[in-house]
Design a protein around this ligand. Structure first.
Ligand code: ACO
Length: 157
């Protein structure tokens, strides 16, 4: 079995640059804006988790707070290196993130929104749910995360 680790990015800032490039290779955004977003990773939420194969960065995801659902989080920016896709890395990353949510953050549900990767998440035990609002401020109208919301509660499989 290959040597994998899933680590919080803020504990390993030496991977910031690689992580920025990995995410930007999928969703183009300014380097500065992306770095700022990644540097917001902390011990609670939000937190960016990285997947390492040996010492090489192969994946990333970000767990974000949901102001109206304290027992849950919203997972974003799930990405695996193009060359490494289809080899099970995305599944390992999601499964380790679920353990992190449960054990380190004491969360019981993970939400996400996807267009096109439904089958990947379904295989991991996620199912469609009603849209949730991922913004809690009353100063702006709540925005729902679209019709493709999926959720999964801990211990459901
Ligand atoms: N459609 C159908 N099945 C899929 C897809 C897909 N798009 N992607 C993966 N699968 C299946 C695989 O075939 C595999 O099935 P199997 O267990 O029967 O063999 C299973 O899902 C697990 O696949 P992995 O190899 O673990 O997935 P991978 O390492 O390729 O990572 C990921 C999946 C993260 C979606 C990757 O393809 C990627 O980075 N895509 C581009 C970025 C992206 O779209 N990310 C998701 C955005 S949504 C969000 O962030 C909440």
């Amino acid at each position: 079995m290959m040597d994998f680790s899933v680590l919080p990015l803020h504990k390993h800032p030496e991977y910031l640059q690689d992580c920025c490039e990995l995410i930007n290779s999928e969703w183009k955004r300014s380097h500065t804006a992306r770095m700022q977003s990644l540097q917001g990773s902390c011990d609670q939420l939000p937190v960016s988790l990285i997947l390492l194969k040996g010492e090489a960065l192969v994946g990333h995801l970000k767990l974000c707070p949901i102001p109206s659902i304290k027992s849950g989080c919203f997972v974003q920016s799930v990405v695996v290196n193009r060359a490494d896709r289809g080899k099970g890395f995305g599944s390992v990353l999601m499964q380790r993130a679920e353990v992190y949510c449960k054990d380190k953050l004491n969360l019981s549900v993970i939400y996400l929104s996807t267009q096109g990767q439904e089958e990947f998440y379904r295989k991991l035990g996620y199912s469609e749910c009603s849209p949730i609002s991922i913004y809690g401020s009353f100063s702006t109208p709540p925005i729902e995360n679209g019709p493709n919301s999926m959720g999964r509660t801990k211990g459901s499989r």
